[in-house]
Design a protein around this ligand. Structure first.
Ligand SMILES: [Zn+2]
Length: 456
C-alpha cells in the first residue's frame, strides 16, 4: 500500500474534510491501474495484494469477467457480426468462413426441427465465432427475434434454440382518448401492443368500436425486458376504462388452480362467462341490425338481422363464446358461414368468410376467442366483412342491445384472496396519470404561435 502511504502527507496538508474522500478515491483508482498496467508484479506483491483485492471486492468494483454474448466468452474467439442482407442464405454466409457445401447441407438438414434455414429474415442479427480465422468457423448464431437465438454448431453440424431470459417490471400508465385508442396509447409512451392487450382484457365489457373522445383508461401491466432493453408487453394485470360516466374494471386473478385464471370484475365475477362484444378485432361496424334496411345488392327493402364488421380480407374471426359448431357450409346468400350453439338459449352465426379455420367442422367444440374462420366477401357481400348474427331462442336479435344476467362470482374460498389482490391493483391504478397527450401537442403549437406573434 505504498501508494496510499505516499499520498498521506498530501492528505494531511488538506484542511477540508471532503478532499479526503476524493483522494481516497483517486488512490484506489491508481492502485487498480497499477495492477492492470503491471500485472507481472502481482505475484511478487504477495499478501498485501490479496488484501487490496479484498478491498476492491468490498467496495464493489467490477470484477474482470469475460465478455459474454449468446452464452459464449467471445474474447476467446474471432468474432464477426452482421445482419442478414437481401439474398443472404446460410450457404453464402458460411462459405465466407471456410465451411464447405456438404457440411452446410448437412447442418441445414439436422437443424430442420429447430429452425428452417430458409426462414432467415433481412435485417436480423447474426454472429460467427471462429477460434482460428484461417480455419473453418466454429459457431454461427442467428437471432430471429428479441426472445431467442439459434446456435448452429459448425463442428457437430447441429442447432439448438436458446430463449433469452425475460425480466418483468410493473408499469402503471393511463391515457385519454382524443382521436383514437391507438393515438392515446402511443402518445402516452406505451407500445401499440398495449392497445391489443387492453382490448383482450376488456373485450367483454367495452365495445372498442364505440369508444368516444374523452374516454379515460388506466392500466397496470408487465413490461418485458431482455438484457435491460424493452422487449414486448406482458400481461395486463388490471384495467380501468371510463366512458359515459361509467367505470369498467378488469382484474387479473389466478390461483394454483389454473381453471380460474382470468379477468374478473370488482365483485369477482368472471368476465369470460359472457360473450365477446365483437367477433373481429380492429374492425368497424359498417352496418347495424335494422329491420328496415335497403339492401345494397338486392336493391330492395330487406331486414338486416345482423351487425356487419368490416375488416381486411383474412382477418381472423373469433367465436364470441364457448360452444359447438352446428353449421359450417356455403349458401349463395351467406357465402361460407359458421353457426355456433352456445347453450339452450343462444347461438351465433358468422357469414361471408373467405375460408374456415382448419379446426372448423360441424360438431367441433370451440372456445371463446378461438379463430373459426377469416374475413372475406363470399355470398351476397359488397366488400370484406363479417355479418354477425345473434340468435336467442331461435330468433335473430340485435346483440348490441342485449343485457345478459351477471354470472356467479368466484367460489367463496377464492373470493377473499381475490379481494386482497383487487385492492392492491386498485391502489396501483390510482397512481396512473391520465393525460391527453394530443392536447399537449396542440398547446405547444399555440405557444409557438404566440411566440410568432411576439416577434417583429
Ligand atoms: Zn350483414
Amino acid at each position: 500500500m505504498d501508494l496510499i502511504e505516499s499520498l498521506k502527507p498530501i492528505v494531511k496538508r488538506l484542511k477540508r474534510f471532503k478532499y479526503l474522500f476524493l483522494f481516497a478515491g483517486i488512490s484506489i483508482v491508481l492502485t487498480i491501474s497499477a495492477l492492470y498496467l503491471f500485472p507481472d508484479s502481482v505475484d511478487s506483491m504477495g499478501a498485501s495484494v490479496n488484501k487490496s483485492e479484498e478491498d476492491i471486492k468490498l467496495q464493489a468494483f467490477p470484477i474482470v469477467k469475460p465478455t459474454m454474448k449468446y452464452g459464449f466468452a467471445v474474447d476467446t474467439f474471432q468474432v464477426y457480426e452482421g445482419q442478414i442482407q437481401n439474398g443472404d442464405f446460410l450457404g453464402n454466409i458460411l462459405q465466407r468462413y471456410h465451411i464447405d457445401y456438404p457440411s452446410i447441407e448437412k447442418l441445414a438438414e439436422n437443424a430442420k426441427s429447430v429452425f428452417k434455414v430458409n426462414n432467415f429474415r433481412v435485417g436480423k442479427n447474426y454472429m460467427v465465432l471462429a477460434k482460428d480465422s484461417t480455419q473453418r468457423a466454429d459457431y454461427f448464431i442467428y437471432e430471429p427475434s428479441v426472445y431467442n437465438y439459434i446456435v448452429f454448431d459448425l463442428n457437430k453440424l447441429e442447432a439448438k434454440k436458446v430463449e433469452h431470459e425475460i425480466e418483468y417490471e410493473t408499469e402503471i400508465k393511463g391515457g385519454m382518448i382524443e382521436s383514437s385508442l391507438w393515438a392515446a396509447i402511443t402518445g402516452n409512451g406505451m407500445s401499440y401492443e398495449v392497445a391489443s392487450k387492453m382490448e383482450d382484457a376488456l373485450q367483454w365489457s367495452i365495445d372498442f368500436h364505440h369508444i368516444q373522445k374523452g374516454d379515460e383508461f388506466k392500466l397496470v401491466y408487465d413490461q418485458e425486458f431482455i438484457k435491460g432493453e424493452e422487449a414486448g408487453v406482458g400481461m395486463i394485470k388490471a384495467a380501468l376504462y371510463k366512458t359515459n360516466g361509467q367505470e369498467y374494471h378488469a382484474i387479473y386473478f389466478d390461483h394454483e388452480n389454473n381453471e380460474i385464471a382470468g379477468y374478473y370484475d370488482l365483485e369477482g365475477r368472471p368476465m369470460k362467462s359472457g360473450f365477446l362484444k365483437s367477433p373481429v378485432k380492429y374492425s368497424r361496424i359498417s352496418s347495424y341490425y335494422n329491420l328496415n334496411r335497403f339492401h345494397p345488392i338486392l336493391k330492395r327493402r330487406r331486414p338486416h338481422y345482423g351487425t356487419d364488421y368490416a375488416a381486411p380480407y383474412g382477418t381472423p374471426i373469433l367465436a364470441v363464446g364457448n360452444g359447438v359448431i352446428t353449421k359450417a357450409g356455403y349458401t349463395k346468400g351467406n357465402g361460407n358461414y359458421v353457426k355456433i350453439k352456445h347453450d339452450d338459449t343462444y347461438s351465433t352465426q358468422y357469414l361471408h368468410m373467405q375460408k374456415f379455420a382448419a379446426t372448423t367442422s360441424v360438431g367441433a367444440h370451440v372456445k371463446q376467442g378461438q379463430v373459426i374462420g377469416y374475413v372475406g366477401s363470399t355470398g351476397l357481400a359488397t366488400g370484406p366483412h363479417v355479418c354477425f348474427r345473434f340468435w336467442k331462442n331461435d330468433r335473430q336479435v340485435n346483440h348490441l342491445n342485449m343485457n345478459f344476467p351477471p354470472p356467479a362470482p368466484l367460489p367463496k374460498e377464492n373470493l377473499d384472496e381475490f379481494f386482497k389482490v383487487r385492492d392492491q391493483y386498485l391502489e396501483l391504478l390510482k397512481q396512473a396519470e391520465v393525460k391527453s397527450i394530443e392536447k399537449e401537442v396542440v398547446t405547444e403549437v399555440e405557444n409557438s404561435e404566440k411566440k410568432d406573434l411576439q416577434g417583429p
